[in-house]
Design a protein around this ligand. Sequence first.
Ligand code: F6R
Length: 235
Amino acid sequence: MELIVVRPEEFAQAAVDAFGHALVRAERPCLALPTGSTPVPFYRRLAETRFAFPPGTRAFALDEFVAPDAEAPGSNAAFFRRHWPPDFPPVAMPRADAADPEAEIAAYCAAVAACGPLDIAVLGIGVNGHIAFNEPGSGLADGCRVVRLAERTREAAAREWPEGVPEYGLTMGIAEIMAARRVMLLATGPAKRHVVHAALTGPVMGEIPASFLQRHPALTVVCDTAAGALLTQES
Ligand code: F6R
């Protein structure tokens, strides 16, 4: 595992540097990208520095809510419209309002699989240890699927869904994430320090899905000093 712990003001650039490094020799790479508050400064910095994606880059969102309005402000589709520059490679994602969510995520993941194993899966981490929408109780072999969202996940999203957070999500699985050539885990802020520490140094178990990343052969963790506080205390 490569661990990069930087001051909060250096986080966005450190993430861009690690991302750029991982993409150096990639040809027509396939990327998986997270939503949430953590990647916002990273995406902003990619835009500010006019990050040059390799030609033919294909990008996929890690997950989406299941909701009647595909354009709802809390949806991941709306997130990428707000935070992902229109001149960057477009980010594909499953439709939140699909009539048949099971069929939707199956078709979506067939497209991800056709792209090849992901070159990079960029991840955030939930306070409950989820990655994408792989909630506690997920297994290493769990692939793309419809999931019931954990209460803590729904609480964390409440601000963006004033009329009620969806109960279900569509997600890439642990299996697709673990098959990625490189995983880049991003974490910021003091609220993440316990879960980051548990995930990266504690037992590998489905109750903390991010702990499976300990078994990934090419994991880069980029966190700020607040999220990495308990990791650096030990070294
Ligand atoms: C969203 C995703 C989630 C978030 C996680 C952390 O696409 O993959 O696993 O990364 O919930 O969210 P923030 O960054 O808002 O704390």
